[in-house]
Design a protein around this ligand. Sequence first.
Ligand code: AVJ
Length: 325
Amino acid sequence: MMKQASRKSDKVMFRNEHPDLSHSREEILAGLQTTQKTVNPKWFYDEYGSQLFDQITRLPEYYPTRTEVAILTENCEQISARCGHGCLFIEPGSGSSEKVRILLDTLQPSAYVPMDISADFLQSAALELGSEYPWLDIYAVCADFNQGWSFLDDLPAGKRVVFYPGSTIGNLEPNLAAEFLIRVRDMMGENGGALVGVDTHKSSDRLNAAYNDSQGVTAEFNLNVLRRLNEVMDAEFEEDSFHHHAFYNTEARRIEMHLVSEREQSVRCNGGTVEFALGETLHTESSYKYTPQSFAALVEAAGLKLAQSWMDADELFSVHYLERA
Ligand code: AVJ
């Protein structure tokens, strides 16, 4: 026991880059003042929201998580060979570092670098992972990966591979997704790579069901953003005055999640008010879906290429290994 405890402490390192969260209020306010009111989906994920998302991943209608897990599990050898044993495996927005566990034993990275903006959560997740994988070097970095990667300069040299599962990239507007991939390319260097999970374009029925589950968990997840706004903005949004609306926009190939105002209302917010007409919406999330072709085009716009792709037999989800073009 003693031995494991001491090994744990020198294998798990923690670094706090103190991500700057101070622009939150201005950012949210700006989104509430545009014609189509919007709020960034990152506000879904407080503790309750993260629990709800966890429930979503287990819903019968929500296929992405279990399908991605199956793809990673079934292709673990090939994927690990692509990434390269002994690589530095970097995960922006690592959360509870759930999916990396599928790969670790086979991949045998030289180190794992989880990055997250929540310091406490990151630290406990890294310690937990470290106790399960006592051989693994973990450099946990509390940082906003949109604010640069310079801290990576202090990490051991070697091939860098960025792990970005879960179709999180789908939350970004395509132009911002391309910008994100450009930053990934810069960070991974000449011979590095990226392993990215992407939800696929498919029948509207299937997609609409995944974001309108029969148990109403997604609706609760969506409405939870109002609680966050109330906290952060000192606002008085009432959950009963809005309802969940999600649909697949086939033209834009994205799920749109909205909160629809059930009446004309004036909501106190940040010392002022925000006006809603009856039926007016707050756009809370876009979740873009890609075909292998449309994702290849996005990747190419960022100076990268698809080196290898994996999908399940029903083509519900895809995992791509990217390299410099
Ligand atoms: C975590 C962004 C991949 O878009 O499917 C699930 C979030 N929203 N149900 C997704 C989400 C509603 C999820 N991502």
